[in-house]
Design a binder for this molecule. Sequence first.
Ligand code: GLA
Length: 379
Amino acid sequence: MDTLLDRWHTTFGSEVPEVTVRAPGRVNIIGEHTDYNEGWVLPGAMSRSIYILASKKATKGHHWIAYDLDEEIESLEDIFEYGEYPWAKYIEGAIRLYAPEIGPLRLLVGGDLPVGAGISSSSALVCGVLYALQQLSGRNETKEELALIGQRVEREVIGVQGGIMDQFAIMMSQPRHVMLLDCRTREYKLVDADLPGCTWILINTRVKHALIDSDYNQRAAQCKQAVEKIRETFPDVQALRDVDMDMLKDSGLNETLMKRSAFVIEENNRVHEMVQALHEHDTNRAGKLLRASHEGLRHMYEVSCDELDHLADFANRYEGVRGARMMGGGFGGCVICLLQEDELDAFSIACVDSYLDRFGFEPEVILFELAAGVGLATE
Ligand code: GLA
């Protein structure tokens, strides 16, 4: 934070920013690719965050800085004409959809949230900017309303047909908890994710394969196609959330759509089983669910990649690890892993070595706490 503030003063002079917002990354214990199928997810906010320092500007023209990237823009034309500065596109989208009247802004963004790691740095940026805009303009929408605007930015400005998991977790999470979120009704309840003697960690593959957005949209489109076909037999079905395995058998879906749909049904069930396992402190059952989720994402939903499989396989064979699975949209990003606390150091070293051997570069082990959602940095 201090370095961000130093940079603010170097560029903008002695006036302090009007608001400083902390927007955390999101983790997800289980429930992947279920949100846009109106199912359930179990995400939380993590202690790594993006900070957004912001003030209204008296003179003409925006002035935005991405501290970690060492990029600075003073003309929005750069974003549109040259397709540069993807981070600024998110900010511009948030302003356009939420507060187009706000006028020129000074903005500085930076923090310790890795970009492209499947922990939703882009949603954190959008949600944090929306919250900053709300503070600057004295409006009073609920955080849920802001989260829904955040989702529209992803869909309408960026073109990714994402669900609401990331924005809800980033906006509304509470420390030490994850949220069991019903993505149809948008009701949620907090769930204690602490398991005695165990800890949750992330391992970042440090890869992000191209075409992730189009692959993601293709999966969402396949789920829609499956629903249309299933409705020929079961007209009440609105989303894959309403389908069970027996209905699927009678649906006449082709092989690909069958695999995708079966995964979503099983993954939804795993979310509820995980809540029970957490409640009963049953770490073995929690681990089994993580393993099964990974296998489904790999073979049925087909959104994993070699790097994720390597880390998940390594972790799942390691004694002391209860279970691990890829997390987020897929095709790169992080593996989430539940392991015995006293194995953390030995496991981290072994895991990094084995990945380095195989791929020639190191993954990043990320330790985190479950944290509160978006708020003023002073909160
Ligand atoms: C991305 C999307 C989320 C969700 C996950 C997969 O993170 O932004 O809405 O669909 O992928 O579970």
